[in-house]
Design a protein around this ligand. Structure first.
Ligand code: C2E
Ligand code: MG
Ligand code: MG
Ligand code: MG
Length: 289
């Protein structure tokens, strides 16, 4: 009996494995066509100042609008793209599109926010990255000080020359933000040598922040450390007023999360922003209590 179960179990596993592989290969081949079919979209999620509740930045988050499967999230296709060369063209498209859109918003006087763009690990190691970003900034005309690059701790640790890349990027005037901060596997000593502008506290510390004393201690410590290192700090994944209250009472000056706004297509965000300007003096969230 045990044997038969084992055999069935194996067969079942093997079948599922093939199915998984099949899906993956399908995804990769469709991903190749997605670029020419122009199926990628950037969504933008506001970053709000907790001092005056105004929008000071947006994070660009990629989506794949698949013709039959609907909207596919980056968590599904970015890892597949990372394992092929596709990540280079997707990364370049994202950078250009985010800069183009932000420059357009600046030119039209909609808002003068900054745009944060996520870099993948392989993109970060791409030899011509700095040059590519430089060209895109020239082409689009976006002022470099309005571009924030989101990288993760592991990306810095994996490359012996990462300090060189970061210094070069920094000298072009763009800013570096450490995404998912606190989840990486690294020492803190790099914080004093690397040109890091902002720490982005990972959502995993925020989820239970109102009840979990360890999370409270970690988050309060990151905020205080950033302050002492003269870095900016932002918290991601804020969904409730209670989470927001903890962060503001601990002096976290920037907030991003569903509480204020989900990531939205450019046009939808623009309409929402203008409505908040008109109806609430540009003040986001509920200040009535
Ligand atoms: P990330 O950079 O840490 O982005 C934050 C993720 O949290 C986004 O998921 C965002 O939609 C989600 N989020 C924001 N606020 C909340 C909230 O209040 N609650 C919850 N539950 N989630 C919230 P998304 O858009 O699915 O992106 C997932 C990850 O995919 C990103 O994590 C980033 O690592 C990667 N990614 C997204 N766009 C790009 C891109 O253009 N290039 C690269 N290389 N990676 C990207
Ligand atoms: Mg990010
Ligand atoms: Mg993040
Ligand atoms: Mg995260």
């Amino acid at each position: 009996e045990v044997k038969r179960n084992g055999k069935n179990g194996y067969k079942y596993y093997s079948c599922e494995f093939n199915e998984q592989l099949q899906l993956r290969l399908e995804l990769e081949s469709e991903l190749r066509k997605a670029m020419e079919r122009e199926e990628f979209r950037l969504y933008y999620q506001p970053q709000i100042s907790s001092i005056d509740n105004r929008m000071i930045g947006v994070e660009a988050l990629i989506r794949w609008e698949h013709p039959t499967k609907g909207i596919i999230s980056p968590g599904v296709f970015i890892p597949v793209a990372e394992e092929s060369d596709l990540i280079y063209s997707i990364g370049e498209w994202t950078m250009r599109e985010a800069c183009r859109q932000m420059k357009k918003w600046h030119d039209e006087g909609v808002f003068f926010a900054s745009v944060s763009v996520n870099l993948s690990a392989r993109q970060f190691l791409q030899p011509n990255l700095v040059q590519q970003i430089h060209v895109i900034l020239e082409e689009t005309g976006l002022d470099p000080s309005f571009l924030v690059l989101e990288i993760t701790e592991s990306m810095m640790m994996d490359a012996s020359h990462s300090i060189g890349i970061l210094n070069e990027l920094n000298s072009t005037g763009v800013k570096i933000s450490l995404d998912d901060f606190g989840t990486g596997y690294s020492s803190l000593s790099y914080l004093k040598h690397y040109p890091i502008y902002k720490l982005k506290i990972d959502r995993s510390f925020i989820i239970d922040i109102t009840t979990d004393e360890s999370d409270q201690a970690i988050v309060a410590t990151i905020i205080s450390m950033a302050k002492h290192l003269k870095m900016e700090v932002i918290a991601e994944g804020i969904e409730t007023k209670e989470q927001l209250d903890f962060l503001t009472s601990h002096d976290c000056k920037e907030i991003q999360g569903y509480y204020y706004c989900r990531p939205l297509p450019a046009q939808v965000l623009e309409e929402k922003y203008l409505a908040i300007q008109a109806e609430n003096n540009g003040i986001w969230g509920d200040l009535k209590h």
